[in-house]
Design a protein around this ligand. Sequence first.
Ligand SMILES: CC(C)(COP(=O)(O)OP(=O)(O)OC[C@H]1O[C@@H](n2cnc3c(N)ncnc32)[C@H](O)[C@@H]1OP(=O)(O)O)[C@@H](O)C(=O)NCCC(=O)NCCS
Length: 187
Amino acid sequence: MQITSLTDGRVHLTVPGPRDVEAITVACRDPQITAWTTVPDPYARADALRFVGEIVPRGWAGAAPNWAIRTSPGGALLGVVGFLHHDRTAPEIGYWIAPDARGHGLATAAVHLACDFAFAADGLATARIEWRAFAGNTASAAVARHVGFRFEGTLRRGTIHRGVPRDTWIAGLLSDDPRVPAEGWPA
Ligand SMILES: CC(C)(COP(=O)(O)OP(=O)(O)OC[C@H]1O[C@@H](n2cnc3c(N)ncnc32)[C@H](O)[C@@H]1OP(=O)(O)O)[C@@H](O)C(=O)NCCC(=O)NCCS
């Protein structure tokens, strides 16, 4: 897959690289990111080096792109958005924002851009993008709901997270779903 930068004029998505290692290391030690994502715990600088040096290039070589979220093309990394590719019909979106940068709409804007890219890129998402989160992750659910994902239910003990079975919320965005906040999400 051709490495591609994306922007809506306010949020800039570019490939994370070696200069982002410090920001990634600090952010991925945030308790909320530890609690709601699958980043290594404890998170070491070596994990960030492996992310930018191995996981990101391998993802772009396949069908699992990741972007740094910034507010200018050369600005600091404030978060990450990307796709896991389980099969050819439904890549799964994932994202995090550093604690100090939350609450400004960055995740919502980044997920909009990444989903536009996925539906336009050849073969990445032909029909559907999937979102999964551990039940109770209302912040992540708010982002997905804003982008237009529709809540589809709870996979009971659907994920093993750090050795513990966790109920898992699932939602989907179809290529022709309206990009407006969807009804039917848990309160
Ligand atoms: C989820 C996360 C990425 C949201 O980032 P963000 O940049 O703050 O999101 P936005 O600013 O785009 O917020 C979008 C909506 O979510 C709401 N929101 C943000 N934090 C929230 C929280 N803790 N609880 C409930 N809603 C929340 C915002 O109010 C906004 O809704 P509004 O426009 O109606 O006010 C961030 O909280 C995070 O990194 N969490 C830890 C990692 C994580 O859970 N990743 C997702 C795994 S599935």
